[in-house]
Design a protein around this ligand. Structure first.
Ligand code: NOJ
Ligand code: CA
Length: 515
């Protein structure tokens, strides 16, 4: 496990929306370089960059056309190398997004693979052996190539699945086993891409749809086996490189595949979603635990999480996110106070936390935007960063109709500028929490986690991290419980007290006590 991960706090940057350095309306790498001091002042010491590769942008860049070339709209490979260098000077690590499961249909590998004549890329993707062969259980694109066959899709139609083989072969004429030489070549090609960027100075990868390599892979062990080969290679050749998986199955991703971190994602009904984003479809009521209506149930989370934590202890971390480019920002459903409580929880949990750009100031989820580059409902979480009260809220000097996406036009749109110095702002809360976490080993990944109070359908939620007790009451009503601990208050949102074993938390409050 690379040591630097043990006190890492990541900041996720969606490059097209962060900062536009040349006034063309799109965020770029030089813009990120110019804002590194901001990342540092926020307290983050690592950055995850969403894909910056050459792409036709049918899926925000997750449709890679060339794995080894920076998209011209973001700059050049040299700019990216400079970003690594400048970030390192400031003590910030940078991980890139690795998209191993699919490419764009405009990628040269795919262009070659679609040809009638057999060539070295014919098996790089998954093709049926005739255009008339289209078993309905597979997502196939039919009748659009010179090659007589249909290709398997990994996500959108423009994202053909790379071929890592099949765990269970149901159609032997066109499905290859995972140890077929052509499938092994796909793995080698992936390693080659990783080495290319690691040699240039990147510090690791966030891996897109890490569980999607092998097909017909129900238990995901064969997929994990491929990753184990790759993560073993990294341990030998790049021991400082970090691998973070988009998998949401910590046992498989960490214990079996060898990832250092696995994201705790918003999968409907799982522990994470029931904390912050859980609408009951039948009643339409918000039942997330952090909604002030107080209808949530924390035990869905505590049971799932503590089990996963125990199983992966010592092998890797489970990462909490404030949000990401795929989910609605919390502002869609939670009020500012609830969001501060939510972040206080995320930033005091074990694992390596990730802050999505703009979440630290409570940027809004913008409703009703037309889809941009395959964003669809995700588009509202991808609008430009709001820096100050200047033109386009400081994101770009371009005319507003030239912007990648419109900036939040509401009169009270939060910005870094208008929240700085306001103690009750989301921004200052996040900064204080990050400081507290970095100064306090008890809040870092390796310190213990123990649930002190979590009852079905009840509030508050109280847990211990080493010598610290963290108590949160997201409900819009005061609550109190008897707990066996004493301590001095070192952090508070709202009003909370702990004396003679009685913990009292006002409506929407939290506190950290040190014993
Ligand atoms: C997950 C990424 O986060 C998302 O943005 C993308 O559309 C899909 N994977 C497909 O690559
Ligand atoms: Ca630009």
């Amino acid at each position: 496990m690379p040591n630097w991960l043990k006190n890492a706090i990541f900041y996720e940057i969606y490059p097209q929306s962060f900062y536009d350095s040349n006034g063309d309306g799109i965020g770029d790498i030089r813009g990120i370089i110019q804002k590194l001091d901001y990342v540092k002042e926020l307290g983050c010491n690592a950055v995850w960059l969403n894909p910056v590769y050459d792409s036709p942008f049918m899926d925000g860049g997750y449709d890679v056309r060339c794995y080894k070339k920076v998209a011209p709209r973001y700059g050049t490979n040299d700019d990216l190398a400079e970003l690594f260098k400048e970030a390192h000077k400031k003590g910030i690590r940078v991980i890139l997004d690795l998209v191993p499961g699919h490419t764009s249909d405009k990628c040269d590998w795919f262009v070659q693979s679609s040809k009638h004549e057999k060539n070295e890329f014919s098996n790089r993707y998954i093709w049926t052996d005739s255009v008339w062969e289209a078993p309905p259980q597979y997502r196939l694109m039919c009748g659009i190539s010179e090659r007589d066959g249909n290709y398997l899709v990994n996500y959108f139609s423009s994202q053909p699945a790379l071929n890592y083989g099949f765990a269970k072969i149901t159609h032997p004429k066109w499905q290859l086993p995972t140890d077929h030489p052509d499938c092994l070549k796909t793995v080698e090609a992936l390693k080659d891409i990783m080495r290319f960027w690691l040699d240039m100075g990147c510090d690791g990868f966030r891996v897109d749809m890490a569980d999607s390599l092998v097909k017909n892979d129900d238990d995901k062990r064969p997929t994990a086996r491929i990753w184990r080969g790759i993560t073993d290679m990294l341990k030998r050749e790049y021991p400082e490189a970090v691998m973070v998986s988009e998998w949401c199955n910590p046992e498989r991703a960490i214990n079996d595949a060898g990832f250092n971190c696995d994201f705790y994602l918003d999968h409907r009904g799982n522990g994470y979603s029931t904390m912050f984003r859980y609408t009951n479809y039948e009643t339409g009521e918000d039942e997330s635990y952090y909604c002030k209506d107080g209808r949530g149930d924390i035990t869905v989370f505590t049971e799932e999480y503590t089990r996963a934590l125990e199983k992966t202890a010592g092998n890797g971390y489970i990462s909490f996110i404030t949000g990401n480019h795929d989910v609605p920002r919390m502002t869609r459903t939670l009020d500012d106070r609830a969001i501060r409580l939510a972040y206080a929880t995320i930033l005091t949990m074990p694992g390596v936390p990730f802050i999505y750009y703009g979440d630290e100031i409570g940027m809004r989820y913008i409703e009703g935007l037309p889809s941009k580059e395959g964003g669809y409902s995700r588009t509202g979480s991808r609008t430009p960063m709001q820096w100050n009260s200047g033109k386009n809220l400081g994101f770009s000097t371009a005319d507003s109709d030239k912007l990648y996406l419109p900036v939040d036009t509401s009169a009270d749109a939060p910005t870094v500028e208008n929240q700085t110095g306001k103690p009750d702002s989301i921004f200052e809360t996040v900064k204080s929490l990050i400081r507290l976490r970095r100064e306090n080993p008890d809040l870092q990944p390796d310190a213990g986690f123990e649930v002190i109070y979590a009852e079905k359908g009840k509030y508050p939620f109280v847990y211990r991290r080493g010598s610290l007790v963290i108590a949160v009451n997201p409900k819009g009503k005061a609550v109190s419980v008897e707990i066996e601990c004493v301590g001095e208050k070192i952090f508070e949102i709202g009003t909370a007290s702990l004396s003679r074993g009685r913990l009292v938390l006002d409506s929407q409050s939290m506190a950290i006590f040190k014993s």
